[in-house]
Every structure is written in C-alpha cells, then in structure tokens.
Ligand binder design. Structure first.
Ligand code: COA
Length: 260
C-alpha cells in the first residue's frame, strides 16, 4: 500500500512504522490516523511480524499532537465523533493489538502524540524527548484516551497535575514516573528498541499475545482479569509453541517456536 504520511518498513521480524510529517512535527491529521490504522492492521495480520516499533521522523518530534488545524472549527457533535473515531481506529486499536507495540519517543510527544505512545505496550524515550497533555491550554481535554491511560501509568495525582498545568516533563522525569522504560540518546533509541524486539521475538508469539490480552483485561470494565488469565493460560496448553517450549527445556536446548 502507498502511504503519504507514514513509512512502514519490515526487517527481520520487526515492522517499524514511522510517522512522517516532520514539517508539522508529525501532527496526527485524519489521513495519518487512517494510514496508521491500515499499516498496523497489516502488520498484525502478517505472520512474520513479531514486534511493531512506532516512531516519528526527524529529530524534533515523535508526534506533537492531533492536528489542531483540522478541528479548530468543530462543534460538540464533531468533537465527540473525532474522539470516538480516534479511539476506534488508532488508540484502543493499538492497545488491543496482539502483536507487541513499542513506542520509540524521539522528541515531543504532546497531546495525541503522548496518547499514541501510551497506547503502545511500552515506551522508550530519547534524552531530548518532552511529554505532556496540553489540551486544557486549548480549551479541551485529552480525547484519545489520555485521561485514562496517563492516570493508569503514572497515578492519578501526577496525571491530574500534568493535565491541569498543561506542562511538559522531560525524559528523565518520565523515566522516574514510569511513563517510559528507558532513556537513551537519539542515536541509540531505535537500536535499543530493536534489541528488545529481538528478545521478545525469541519467545512464543502466541504466549505473548495471550499475555497482552490478560494484562489488558485488568483495564477493561466488567471483565475479570484473573478469569481472562485462567482462560488464556489454558489456551496456551493447546499450542505447538507450548509443546516446543517445554520439550526444549527438558532437552536442554533453545526453543524454536513455530508460532502455532
Ligand atoms: N497541530 C497542527 N500543527 C502543528 C502541531 C499540531 N498539534 N504541532 C506543531 N504543528 C506545526 C506548527 O503549526 C508549525 O507549522 P508551520 O511551520 O506551518 O507554521 C510546525 O508544526 C512547527 O511547529 P512550531 O510551533 O513552529 O515549532 P516550535 O519548535 O516553535 O514548537 C511545539 C514546538 C511542539 C512546542 C509547538 O509546535 C506546539 O505547542 N504544538 C502544539 C502542541 C499541542 O498543543 N498539542 C496538543 C494538540 S491536541
């Protein structure tokens, strides 16, 4: 598929999707959201893709937010639609992918940019990264999951302070808050993600998908995460990956998971 706003690259089991509107600091316009949805859906259905890395092009921004020029004239109904469509196409969609998604936050991650990074399964940041949810400075609130995911990741008090003050935190503060797992230099950012992706893909992709479903279940209303864990745990026993993993252990050799 031909993309205008993103670049999707596949290499050695890893699909890297780069948001590519550097002159607009990779702001998420509607077209970019649609392209991201298409590329992520394709990566999820590709048997060979074991990990997805999401990053931004250029040295300045991961994503500087939703594209303000596209919604500045919206009314209440269009505002709700914008939020709902974003949740469905991108933010909830990313969180619920069963292929692991790592966000490589290479600069500003503001508003929808931080919300996208928070939808990923975990995050790394470059040392120049700056993160925040500045929507109240525009007369808005975060509308792509930020009010929920920021509080889940860093706690309610810190999240509300960050949202109410519309301030940015730097990469070190984000590390201290647990918002990102590592801070490295900009040059090391994607290589560090790739290193982690290789560790991930040496394990059973089916078991990893089951783990994502079980962990996510804790954050879904009306779902008992322990029940989901029990069910997913049982399902693993029916896979070839389980037979291979346990057999390899008993035979004292490395596993070669078929992903089935
Ligand atoms: N939506 C649309 N365009 C955006 C954007 C966004 N969220 N963020 C940046 N841009 C555009 C700017 O309008 C500018 O375009 P132009 O050159 O055509 O005028 C270009 O990207 C570069 O941004 P600029 O503001 O000139 O860079 P800066 O280094 O001075 O400031 C930021 C960087 C990130 C601090 C600043 O761009 C900013 O505050 N962006 C908006 C952040 C935000 O509120 N996000 C939440 C949206 S809900």
């Amino acid at each position: 598929m031909q993309y205008n706003n993103i670049i999707s690259d596949f290499s050695d089991g890893i699909t890297t999707i780069t948001i590519n509107r550097p002159t607009k600091l990779n702001a998420l316009n509607k077209a970019t959201i649609f392209e991201l949805h298409a590329a992520l859906k394709m990566a999820e259905s590709d048997f060979d893709t074991k990990v997805i890395i999401l990053t931004g092009s250029g040295e300045k921004a991961f994503v500087a937010g939703a594209d303000i020029s596209e919604f500045a004239h919206f009314d209440e109904e269009l505002g709700r639609l914008l939020s709902k469509e974003g949740h469905d196409l991108l933010f909830d969609f990313v969180e619920n992918l069963t292929t692991p998604v790592i966000a490589a936050v290479n600069g500003f991650a503001l508003g929808g940019g931080l919300e996208l990074a928070m939808s990923a399964h975990f995050r790394l940041a470059s040392s120049n990264a700056r993160m925040g949810l500045p929507e109240v400075s525009l007369g808005l609130i975060p509308g792509y999951g930020g009010t929920q995911r920021l509080a889940q990741l860093i706690g309610k008090g810190r999240a509300l302070e960050l949202i109410m003050t519309a301030s940015m935190i730097d990469a070190e503060k984000a590390l201290e808050y647990g918002l990102v797992n590592y801070v490295v230099s900009q040059e090391e950012l994607v290589p560090k993600c790739i290193e982690l992706a290789h560790k991930i893909k040496s394990n059973s992709s089916l078991a990893i998908s089951a783990a994502i479903k079980a962990v996510n279940a804790n954050y879904r209303d009306g779902v008992n995460g322990f029940d989901v864990e029990i069910s997913e745990f049982g399902t693993c026993f029916g896979t070839e990956d389980f037979k291979e993993g346990t057999t390899a252990f008993l035979e004292k050799r490395n596993s070669k998971f078929p992903g089935k």
